[in-house]
Design a binder for this molecule. Structure first.
Ligand code: AMP
Ligand code: GLY
Length: 429
């Protein structure tokens, strides 16, 4: 099969790495791709993955049998619909199905209809009415831009004043552009977060192992939020009962509800779940693989990824048994100095050749410089991923290899996976 993969992040490097191992693959193109994908297939730089016409034309030119859409913006732009209209199969949900991620108000309505446990919420477009509602809550709440905002549209507030400031920033200051023309004000939940992922063709659901992201920049979950500084899988603290409740009442129920309303969802559904004192509650649905969750999950996949993608795209997932390794897997993101603020790029990355053969390095903000040497080119530069029989083995191996990779100003968290076995305790709510 000829496959066109859209994107340029660490997630796409990991997907390309698994696709390149598939006996079903004839040729892989990655648009635009990065410094890691160019050894696995042919990068097509200068393509804008959200430009539906450009992507359709490229898919036709390379005679793609399958287009893989793994990131939120191209899904929301309707790339899957455009490719399908040209008679080419795509892995990923349609624009209408991915609304579960790109409009929080849509996801909230769906959850209400399907009886899925989430935080109490209300949607507003008028700042005064929104502020009056926030005041009526009299304390902690969460203010969310309704649309996609690159992970920056959510403000977790301790006080009414913070909430009113966040409402004003979105509805009066237009801090999130069109994504923030409506805000959703949400009850604040307390607990521990877990990422659920599942493959689906709209009917059959194949769950992936659970994983946990670390969104704050510094150890101990301090400092501003980032795109994700590291992930571990599996979380030993998640009870089998809670795991089963998430699979059944959060993931499968949402996929059934999407089919019922005439928007069958195929691709990867990734619910973000807070495990609270009263059980698992959803805080968001994503219509795609997580980043960096993908980098940590895919090394554990035993089944051919391309066979799974193809089956999802053609409604045949029931024919493909999806199997996973039960090893522990840990991924540590190495970022540029200053991230998540502005960073300097162009630093030579040393030590890549010293990484163990069974450890993966997935590139994100990295490109080829002079003499083909890889240099930094963004905030999150790369993710080092290792597996082991226990979480401690996987952690030790990941960090041993992280320390071999050097560039000026490199920063990473030293506690990824450190609390994977700590029991779940509730201090509030
Ligand atoms: P989201 O963009 O919806 O993933 O939210 C980003 C982060 O905000 C999540 O990872 C949570 O840590 C936090 N968050 C979102 N919704 C809530 C909520 N209702 N209560 C507490 N924290 C939340
Ligand atoms: N790991 C967070 C995300 O992909 O949304």
């Amino acid at each position: 099969m000829n496959v066109l993969l859209l994107g340029s992040g660490g997630r796409e490097h990991a997907i390309a790495w698994r696709l390149a191992q598939s006996p079903l693959l004839s040729k892989l193109w990655i648009a635009p791709g990065n410094a890691g994908t160019d050894t696995l297939g042919e990068n097509v730089p200068h393509v804008v993955p959200t430009d539906t016409e450009e992507v359709r034309a490229l898919a036709e030119r390379v005679r793609a049998d399958l287009v893989v859409v793994a990131s939120d913006d191209p899904l929301a732009a309707g790339v899957v619909d455009a490719v399908n209209a040209a008679g080419i199969a795509a892995f990923g949900p349609t624009k209408a199905a991915s609304e579960i991620e790109w409009a929080k108000s849509f996801a909230n309505d769906l959850m209400a209809r399907a009886g899925i446990n989430t935080a109490a919420n209300r949607t507003f477009d008028d700042p005064d009415t929104a502020a009056a509602y926030a005041r009526s809550l009299g304390g902690p709440c969460v203010v969310k831009a309704d649309g996609l905002a690159a992970g920056k549209g959510v403000t977790v507030c301790d006080t009414t004043e913070e909430a009113v400031a966040a409402i004003d920033a979105a509805l009066r200051g237009h801090a999130f552009g069109a994504s923030g023309h409506r805000v959703v004000i949400v009850e604040r939940m307390y607990g521990r977060e877990v990422s659920a992922h599942a493959f689906t063709d709209g009917v059959t659901v194949q769950h992936m192992p659970f994983s946990c992201d670390h969104k704050a920049i510094f150890d101990g979950n301090r400092g501003p939020n980032t795109g994700g500084m590291g992930v571990y899988s599996p979380p030993a603290w998640l009870s089998p009962e809670h795991a089963e409740a998430i699979r059944r009442d959060v993931t499968e129920r949402a996929i059934s509800a999407m089919a019922e309303i005439g928007r069958p969802f195929s691709g990867v559904l990734y619910p973000g779940v807070m495990v609270t004192a009263t059980g698992p509650r959803v805080f968001e649905y994503n219509a795609r693989f997580g980043d960096p969750e993908t980098q940590v999950l895919l090394p554990k996949l035993r089944t051919d990824l391309l066979a799974i993608f193809d089956a999802c795209a053609h409604g045949r997932l029931a024919d493909v048994p999806v199997e996973w390794d039960d090893a522990a897997s840990v991924g540590v993101v190495v970022a540029s100095e200053g991230y998540p603020g502005p960073v300097q790029s162009g630093h030579l990355i040393d030590g890549l050749e010293d990484v163990d053969a069974d450890v993966q390095v997935f590139f994100a903000g990295a490109k080829r410089g002079e003499s083909d040497r890889i240099v930094t080119a963004g905030g999150r530069v790369l993710c080092v991923v290792a597996q082991g029989p226990t979480m401690e083995d996987a952690r030790a191996k990941a960090y041993e290899n992280v320390r071999r990779i050097r560039f000026p100003g490199a920063q990473y968290r030293t506690d990824i996976g450190a609390t994977a076995s700590e029991p779940l305790v509730f201090t509030q709510g």
